[in-house]
Design a protein around this ligand. Structure first.
Ligand code: HEM
Ligand SMILES: *[C@@H]1O[C@H](CO)[C@@H](O)[C@H](O)[C@H]1NC(C)=O
Ligand SMILES: *[C@@H]1O[C@H](CO)[C@@H](O)[C@H](O)[C@H]1NC(C)=O
Ligand SMILES: *[C@@H]1O[C@H](CO)[C@@H](O)[C@H](O)[C@H]1NC(C)=O
Ligand SMILES: *[C@@H]1O[C@H](CO)[C@@H](O)[C@H](O)[C@H]1NC(C)=O
Length: 325
């Protein structure tokens, strides 16, 4: 039986649509997603994370930040992990100042997963699991991660516009998080991730130079200025929380009470009369409240979906879309 060329074209388009929809993004994430297809997935992620963080503790905050960037830019689709191609610059190259790190660790985790369960666990889920493990390893809470994300085929456009400006104010933060379905409680709790890690000084230079900022403890500003003599060490950066820079705890919030927030956006959370300000006070005194809200907000952030109907896949290598190398 012969088919007309037209029928073949129509059938092919229909088949393609079904394939794309089947592989496309959906919102039904579950903790048991890989229980049958890759029962060891969570252990593999955890084992490689433990090894990598033991070798370089800085990888724990780096991975946590990668997940934030991934989810805010076009949803949690591992687009942040993609290398540039001839036609598409990646976030890594487009935002040279973003100083993202941890890509090697993600690649290593994925390599181990591919050995056990090929083409099964998405890179977006690897980031979700690895950042959960990073938080737990830093002394923070542990939680059950919902899984079933898919990976994008393309790098995201306009990545900068989706991410908060570290020099912004509370209004801008509310807007930015609100656009992603995260409320003021989520914003305040998620910012506590910056209880760990560090920032290069170009993110807060104006703040310590004393122009237009009165919400910073002058002795803290002076100390930060001294750390920049003769030049700021941008590669080393400055810890958000000087007392316990590698411990996930409430000192970040205690610092805000003392006007010792590093970024303008950190200090902005302690705005008088705001709900965020009330929460800062609560979290500074109550680690359980902070941890509980942080977990809720991480799950919400992990649920940010890409545009519906955009094609997706499970990448074989996290730095490159399938069929592109
Ligand atoms: C509220 C808006 C936020 C702003 C303006 C912001 C901005 C920044 C900036 C400028 C840095 C320094 C990065 C660098 O150049 O090395 C940084 C670091 C970091 N951020 Fe954020 N961030 C925000 C929210 C978040 C959220 C929601 C998370 C995770 C849940 C997060 C996790 C981190 C971590 C862990 C680091 C330290 C990274 C490292 O030491 O390698 N941030 N952030
Ligand atoms: C992506 O880029 C990184 C760093 O430039 C490189 O190590 C890696 O091999 C690249 N990935 C692929 C699949 O080429
Ligand atoms: C990027 O960082 C360099 C210093 O490393 C700084 O001179 C430059 O102004 C920064 N650019 C932006 C857009 O922040
Ligand atoms: C974290 O929680 C998950 C899910 O409840 C559990 O499977 C895992 O063993 C926990 N990890 C640690 C280090 O307690
Ligand atoms: C990127 O941002 C520019 C300027 O805001 C806008 O004109 C353009 O449509 C955006 N592109 C995409 C793909 O969203």
């Amino acid at each position: 039986m012969a088919f007309s060329p037209r029928a073949v074209v129509v059938a092919s388009i229909a088949a393609l649509l079904v394939a794309v929809v089947a592989e496309g993004y959906h919102g039904e994430f579950t903790a048991s997603y890989y229980d049958k297809t890759c029962p060891d997935a969570q252990n593999i992620v955890r084992t490689v994370m433990e090894r990598s963080v033991a070798a370089n503790p800085r990888m724990a905050p780096a991975i946590l930040r990668l997940f934030f960037h991934d989810c805010f830019v076009n949803g949690c689709d591992a687009s942040v992990l993609l290398n540039s191609t001839d036609s598409m610059p990646s976030e890594k190259d487009e935002l040279p100042n973003a100083s993202l790190a941890g890509f090697d660790v993600v690649d290593k985790i994925k390599e181990e997963l591919e050995k056990k369960c090929p083409a099964t666990v998405s890179c977006a889920d690897v980031l979700a699991l690895a950042s959960r493990d990073a938080v737990a390893m830093l002394g923070g809470p542990n939680w059950s991660v919902l899984l079933g994300r898919k990976d994008s085929l393309y790098v995201a456009k306009n990545a900068t516009e989706e991410l908060p400006d570290p020099k912004g104010d509370l209004e801008q933060l509310r807007d930015m998080f609100g656009k992603h379905g995260l409320d003021e409680r989520d914003l305040t709790a998620l910012s506590g991730a910056q209880s760990v890690g560090k920032a290069p000084s170009y993110n807060f230079r104006e703040r310590i130079d004393g122009y237009g900022y009165d919400d910073i403890d002058p002795s803290y500003a002076a100390q930060l200025r001294r750390s920049c003599e003769p030049n700021c060490d941008e590669a080393a950066g400055v810890p958000f929380d000087q007392r316990t820079p590698m411990k996930f705890d409430t000192l970040y919030y205690q610092d805000l009470l003392a006007k010792r927030g590093l970024l303008a956006t950190d200090q902005a959370l302690y705005a008088q009369g705001s709900f965020a300000g009330e929460l800062v006070l609560t979290y500074s005194r109550n680690q359980e409240a902070f941890f509980a809200d942080f977990v809720t907000a991480m799950v919400k952030m992990g649920n940010i979906l890409p545009e519906p109907w955009t094609p997706a896949e499970v990448r074989l290598k996290c730095s490159v879309a399938n069929g592109r190398y």
